[in-house]
Design a protein around this ligand. Structure first.
Ligand SMILES: C[S@@+](CC[C@H](N)C(=O)[O-])C[C@H]1O[C@@H](n2cnc3c(N)ncnc32)[C@H](O)[C@@H]1O
Length: 282
């Protein structure tokens, strides 16, 4: 699908890519019943359209190697120039969340894994406090990794262009692991599989810190999961492919999944709007 092609058809298409919105490339064709979980996205869209309401938007396919801008570019972050600014200034809780996450990374950390590292915004905060940390960053999107490489060429960083759901993370390799705003598109089963891999990849006594949109109530979570199922049927989305659709889990479910994967002492340690940080000990 081309970035600015309009999807028409009776259904309430949804799914939104933040960069398309920022770039005004998103064409909205009719009112749908979409509720955005992220209030910043809702308000950006309202500003662009000059009206409040609910929207119908593009469906974006997210697939390693299958993106519309070439290899491994499925997340549509090819316009990375505006990405950092958008996250820092427009997404609620991010600027503060990057700093908070950096504070939470234990001082003794020498090796750190970052899932969905993007352009390295959380890493900037982490390196500011602890410049010696050796980081392994995994991300699907080549343009984001290129940007990270350019910004931090002087750092000890290994970048892997891959799907963190599918790739091996190793055994007892890292003192700590982080993820920032990357996991709110996955089901419980997918997350559990990833958390189990992460548990194995961490050294004993290590920790995992996740910052993401998280829902407050089961009702909220159920709404977004049901919308995803509806879209899968209506749009005949292909099983096993990734689509960018926000379906945040509740904080309670997140904690349960991490405990189920073997983590102990899993706590919500910070929250601003829906942006929430969980800290889990291995
Ligand atoms: C919203 S960005 C967050 C980037 C960075 N953590 C930050 O906070 O600025 C989400 C990132 O997760 C990456 N991503 C999403 N799903 C992924 C997957 N299955 N494997 C690897 N990276 C993924 C995207 O390519 C994108 O760079």
């Amino acid at each position: 699908m081309e970035r600015d092609r309009v999807l028409t058809g009776g259904a309430n298409f949804c799914i939104l890519d933040t960069v398309s919105v920022c770039e005004s490339r998103l064409k909205v064709v009719s009112a749908g019943n979409l509720r955005f979980f992220s209030r910043s996205l809702q308000s950006i869209l309202e500003k662009k359209l000059g009206r409040a309401g609910t929207f119908t938007a593009l469906v974006l396919k997210l697939r390693p190697g299958g993106g519309q801008h070439g290899k491994n570019d499925g997340f549509l972050y090819s316009q990375v120039d505006i990405y950092d600014d958008h996250m820092i200034h427009e997404v609620e809780g991010c600027r503060e969340g990057y700093l908070k996450m950096a504070e939470l990374v234990p001082e003794k950390t020498k090796t750190l894994l970052d899932l969905g590292c993007g352009t390295g915004l959380e890493l900037e905060a982490i390196w500011t406090r602890n410049p010696g940390i050796a980081v392994t960053g995994i991300d699907l999107t080549s343009a984001m990794l290129e940007r990270l490489k350019k910004k931090y060429s002087d750092r000890d960083v290994t970048l892997i262009e891959a799907d963190y759901m599918a790739c091996e993370l190793g055994t007892e390799r890292y003192d700590a692991a982080v993820s920032f705003q990357t996991l709110h598109h996955f089901t419980h089963e997918e997350k559990l599989g990833l958390y189990e891999k992460l548990w194995r990849a961490l050294k004993a006594g290590g920790c995992y810190i996740e910052c993401d949109y998280m829902a407050e109530t089961q009702e909220q979570e159920d709404y977004f999961f049901a919308e995803k199922r509806r879209l899968e049927e209506e749009l005949k989305l292909v099983k096993g492919e990734y689509y960018h659709f926000d379906m945040p889990c509740t904080m309670d479910n997140q904690k349960r999944l991490l405990r189920q994967a073997g983590f102990t002492e899993v706590e919500v340690v910070w929250r601003q709007e829906n942006t929430t940080i969980l800290y889990a000990n291995r």
